[in-house]
Design a protein around this ligand. Structure first.
Ligand code: CA
Length: 497
């Protein structure tokens, strides 16, 4: 009786009863730019199924990563820690699967856990009742996969294969007496952006809008942005542009190969006949690259639709939290680039959408600063497991439960994010850097160059004019430099490189 009274007092107005704890369905793609999701206002594609999650749940408009590159991000999501602590600061290290991760802790608490798709952490997945993972990056067609330690080969298009594995598991792989964590991790839309059979003909005959900074000349900033090797102009290879395809990329069935050749051969012949040069050639490369990237996303969006439909058909929709995210953001031609790595907004900022029927207000958006280290503590709090003290992120549960951002600000929320990128000797030659971002400002420090960049994002959202030596911003620079030291200390990150 007392319990019932308390429940009545504590949950007014009462929501309908829900399964407690809920299932967690975590869908992550690889390199999906927030600019390429219609819920984030894309001017170049539509993602009707990913938008279903936005419509049913919350869209994070200021969600960021701690290190904008694949393997470090995956380790940060699993462990809730910065790169300095999870042991994978670049794409080269082997992830230590013995450390606490949210799926392993969920499993210990009674969840059934499964992973299908890309893993990319060099060690075997730990903490899953079932997994079927790609080998390394995995190909776009006919992938070899490791299913609980055994190799299997699938004849299909990789995005569709991963979707089939997720749907099959939801239909037949579950232990229906337990809540579940299912991680569905796509390879797409990672380089080399090979579209699937269903989308080879998308966007033919139309011109995509060009980003305002496609022809960025990198003036107005320090030297870092001139040193990279990720321009559409100079660094896309013939195979990236589908002009010369090596055998290892064309691991297709005869039917898949015939459809591919029928799509690309006439387009390539038409391109060669034009003999483009200069800006016309850059514009052509941008269109070819961006369309192939968006075609890959179309298959990912189809995948989300099939998985959401399966949840509904299985009667799971009301009891399942659905997350869509990417391991980091991406340049879809902004600053003339493809790839990621930078603390500039396009790659630092990352999509995050989450629906939770009965808890998250449908259609809500938040501008509170959040980061990928927050996901593990969030999931653990939701399932009722205490996050280990080593986890450095902050549970987003108050954000999910609030009606608006003001409600969360009343109880206090973070006002700055820390970022650090380590892989300066790797591909694309992006110099090491670290930085701090507040709601309005961003300070970036390049230790090898002895340079600082400072942006006022309210007046310069494209980050074209560094204010590092502007006297009007001297006090702000000084405050941000202090904040950087403070965050390093809070997160126990070394000042040395
Ligand atoms: Ca990635």
């Amino acid at each position: 009786m007392i319990t019932l009274l308390l429940a009545t007092i504590l949950c007014a107005p009462c929501e309908p009863p829900r399964q407690d704890p809920p299932n967690i369905l975590f869908i992550m793609s690889d390199d999906h730019a927030w600019q390429a999701i219609s819920a984030y206002g894309s001017d170049r594609n539509v993602t009707p199924n990913i938008d279903r999650i936005a419509r049913n749940g919350i869209t994070f408009d200021r969600y960021y990563v701690e290190n904008a590159i694949c393997a470090p991000s995956r380790a940060a999501i699993l462990t809730g820690m910065f790169s300095e602590h999870h042991g994978v600061p670049t794409n080269s290290e082997v992830f230590d699967g013995a450390q606490p991760t949210f799926p392993a802790l969920a499993r210990e608490s009674g969840y059934q856990t499964a992973l299908v798709g890309k893993w990319h952490l060099k060690s075997e997945p730990v903490g899953f009742d079932h997994y079927e993972r790609l080998i390394g990056q995995g190909p776009y067609y006919r992938p070899r996969m490791i299913r609980n330690g055994e190799e299997v080969v699938h004849p299909g298009y990789t995005t569709d294969v991963i979707t089939d594995l997720a749907v099959d598991w939801l239909e037949d792989g579950r232990d229906r007496s337990k809540p579940f964590v299912l991680m569905v991790q796509h390879k797409a839309p990672h380089r080399e952006w090979m579209p699937g059979p269903d989308h080879l003909e998308d966007m033919v005959g139309i011109d995509l809008p060009e980003p305002a900074t496609l022809f960025d000349d990198y003036t107005g900033r320090g030297s870092a942005s001139t040193m990279q090797e990720m321009t559409i102009k100079d660094h896309l290879r013939p195979m990236d542009l589908k002009l010369e395809m090596p055998d290892w990329m064309m691991r297709m069935t005869p039917e898949q190969r015939a459809a591919w050749d029928a799509a690309y051969e006439p387009r390539n012949e038409a391109f060669r006949a034009l003999e483009l040069t200069g800006m016309d050639l850059i514009r052509w490369k941008y269109q070819r690259y961006a369309k192939d990237y968006l075609r890959c996303i179309a298959s990912v969006d189809d995948s989300v639709g099939r998985i959401l439909d399966t949840l509904e058909a299985q009667g799971l929709a009301d009891d399942t939290i659905v997350i869509y995210t990417s391991d980091q953001g991406w340049y879809l031609g902004e600053h003339g680039w493809y790839d990621k790595r930078w603390m500039y907004e396009e790659s630092f900022r990352t999509p995050l959408l989450l629906s939770w029927p009965g808890v998250v207000e449908p259609g809500r958006r938040t501008e509170l600063l959040s980061q990928n280290i927050d996901l593990a503590p969030t999931f653990l709090e939701i399932i009722g497991v205490e996050a280990p003290p080593r986890m450095q992120g902050r549970s987003l549960l108050p954000v999910l439960e609030a009606a608006d951002d003001a409600e969360v600000e009343d109880i206090g929320w973070r006002d700055a994010l820390y970022y650090r990128y380590y892989e300066s000797q790797g591909p694309h030659k992006v110099p090491k850097h670290e930085g701090v971002r507040t709601r309005r400002y961003k300070l970036m420090v390049f230790p090898e160059l002895n340079e600082v960049e400072l942006y006022d994002l309210e007046v310069d959202p494209d980050e074209l004019h560094s204010l590092d030596d502007d006297p009007a911003y001297a006090a702000i620079r000084s405050r941000l430099e202090d904040l950087l030291v403070e965050l390093r200390s809070r997160y126990r990150v070394s000042g040395d490189w």
